[in-house]
Design a protein around this ligand. Structure first.
Ligand code: C2E
Ligand code: MG
Ligand code: MG
Length: 252
């Protein structure tokens, strides 16, 4: 009902280059404005949507809204990569790949501006079909990010077998990055990613200290409250311009 009533919308969280602060992308995050309950967080509705299978049409709607938003930003001369989260149920849906392709064609979304975030727990067991789907997306020019890295099995084998462009280090590592054991693990993840030709984005950066540590460890991009909370689509254009004006002004 919420879907057909148009109660779902996207918020966008900016991502920036860790050394210069230059804006690099946004992550699309679903929100539900329920007609009586008000704003419901994805932590509440995504698990239910996953259980019921409704995540398939909901995730499709998120992708469509992201591609439509891309076009509106282009008119404002904001050319930003958009990352969209994908759920396991979508990956396993036999028609998903087709609907991604159809959405890209219909909206005119340039595939290299679209990034799909996939959580590592979805890859457990490595079903061949999922691997083929991800390969096809890579061939279409869509980039893939391994989300929440470090929280699941962190199997190194799929890093070599799947066409990931970026590894997103989970917030739980960044939170305690000032402690030696976490820092060592992040350092090792960065080394592995770089030697495989992948980029690193640190998620959940909240303080200048965390920023300077992850940057010194070689993370290319950062996302987190220190840069910006998720904001409404209309707020991205002014943020983008302000951030462009501040390039180079990052803390030491
Ligand atoms: P995620 O993909 O790992 O998204 C990052 C979450 O971390 C977002 O929460 C964001 O608001 C939060 N966050 C970002 N920076 C910081 C920070 O510095 N500090 C703290 N404390 N939190 C930060 P949000 O928007 O509540 O989303 C939660 C999760 O819901 C997402 O985690 C994602 O797994 C899921 N989700 C959201 N939208 C979608 C969607 O369209 N499809 C699917 N399948 N899942 C979605
Ligand atoms: Mg994500
Ligand atoms: Mg994440």
């Amino acid at each position: 009902r919420g879907l057909s009533a148009g109660e779902f919308f996207l918020m966008f969280q900016p991502q920036v280059d860790a050394s210069t602060g230059s804006p690099s992308g946004v992550e699309a995050l679903l929100r539900w404005r329920h007609h009586t309950r008000g704003l419901v967080s994805p932590g509440e509705f995504i698990p239910v949507a996953e259980e019921t299978g409704l995540i398939v049409p909901l995730g499709q709607r998120a992708l469509e809204m992201a591609c439509e938003q891309f076009k509106l930003w282009q008119l404002q001369d904001v050319h930003t990569r958009i990352s969209v989260n994908v759920s396991a149920r979508q990956l396993q849906d036999p028609h998903w790949l087709e609907s991604v392709d159809e959405t890209i064609q219909r909206t005119g979304m340039p595939p290299h501006y679209l990034d799909l975030e996939i959580t590592e727990s979805m890859l457990v067991g490595n079903p061949q079909k999922v691997m083929d789907t991800l390969d096809t997306l890579g061939q279409m020019g869509v980039t893939l990010t391994l989300d929440d890295f470090g929280t699941g099995y962190s199997s190194l084998s799929y890093l070599t077998r799947l066409p990931f462009h970026t590894i997103k280090i989970d917030r739980s590592f960044i939170q305690h990055i000032d402690e030696k054991p976490r820092r060592s693990i992040v350092q090792a993840i960065v080394a592995i990613a770089h030697s495989l030709g992948m980029r690193i984005i640190a998620e959940g950066v909240e303080t200048p200290l965390q920023l300077s540590i992850v940057r010194d460890l070689g993370c290319e991009e950062i996302q987190g409250f220190y840069i910006s909370k998720p904001i409404e689509a209309q707020a991205i254009e002014p943020w983008w311009r302000m951030q462009l004006g501040n390039v180079g002004v990052m803390v030491n």
